[in-house]
Write a protein that binds this ligand. Structure first.
Ligand SMILES: Nc1nc2c(c(=O)[nH]1)N[C@H]1C(S)=C(S)[C@@H](COP(=O)(O)O)O[C@H]1N2
Ligand SMILES: [Mo]
Length: 260
């Protein structure tokens, strides 16, 4: 009597095991499926990125793309220097491109660069004060997205030296730097690693002479790791942020980073 009973019990156990496995596979399928669907719905329903700032894309996607791009930029391009040339190769007549928000007369005595410090009073820096800092020069091939390039020679304060001198180091932990003209008609957003790249300058000289107004006097950005569009002429204000600052050409659909 006891023998068949045992056998029956054993068979039942095998069947139960199979049922249990089926149940687990089926539940896993349902849970994964539901998670995937919820994830998709979350992404689909998430707000679009402000279209002006980076062509519209769902915010979480755009965030992921930004993080990925910044990660690769940090890993592969930190400390890489843009090629430089002898001064003799610099163009004597530097081309003048668009000049939105620039080309305006200014009084070098009263002109001030405004630096907006998050949570503190803004700095107002004179041209003379900037000129007391060590001067850095660069001769490199300036490239415009419109297709031209020109070897040009610039002199000014390296952005790194500027940060150190004015004790702005804590703000370089933020993700972005924004710069704009006085009338706020031209503005650029820069990722911090590019702003802090050793060849980035706040330039006040061109070809060993004071910068002409048409090329951005009294102060322009020279950021050799980026296309011309980011090299803002007639800088009036600088700020720091963890969200992307407004960028004139990104609003027109150009790549926000515009890196080379
Ligand atoms: N304020 C201001 N800065 C600007 C621009 C502009 O229109 N306004 N044009 C940018 C572009 S597209 C380029 S290619 C360079 C050209 O600099 P350059 O005129 O000194 O050659 O400046 C950049 N900085
Ligand atoms: Mo340009």
């Amino acid at each position: 009597m006891s023998q068949p009973d045992k056998k029956e019990k054993k068979e039942l156990t095998v069947e139960q095991k199979i049922n249990r496995r089926n149940f687990i596979s089926f539940s896993t399928f349902i849970v994964l499926g539901a998670t995937a669907f919820e994830g998709w719905r979350w992404l689909y329903k998430s707000p679009d990125e402000v279209p002006g700032i980076t062509g519209s894309a769902h915010q979480p996607l755009r965030k992921a793309l930004n993080k990925t791009e910044l990660f690769f930029r940090r890993v592969f391009s930190d400390n890489h220097l843009v090629k430089t040339y002898p001064k003799s190769m610099a163009a004597p007549h530097v081309r003048v491109n668009s000049n939105i928000g620039g080309g305006k007369k200014f009084d070098p005595e009263t002109w001030r660069l405004q630096v907006n410090k998050p949570g503190a009073e803004a700095l107002q820096i004179s041209l003379d004060e900037l000129k007391t800092l060590p001067k850095t020069e660069i001769v490199y091939d300036f490239k415009c997205v419109e297709g031209w390039d020109q070897i040009s020679h610039w002199g000014g304060v390296s952005f790194r030296d500027f940060i150190k001198h004015f004790k702005l180091d804590e703000f370089t932990k933020m993700e972005f730097v924004g710069m704009e003209t006085e009338d706020k008609k031209y503005y650029v957003g820069l990722d911090m690693p590019s702003a802090m790249h050793p060849q980035t300058l706040l330039a006040y000289e061109m070809n060993d002479k004071p910068l002409p107004i048409r090329n951005g006097a009294p102060l322009r950005l020279i950021i050799p790791v980026k296309y011309g569009i980011k090299n803002l002429k007639q800088i009036s204000a600088i700020s720091f942020s963890n969200t992307r600052p407004k960028d004139y050409w990104a609003e027109q659909g150009y790549d926000y980073y515009s890196g080379l």
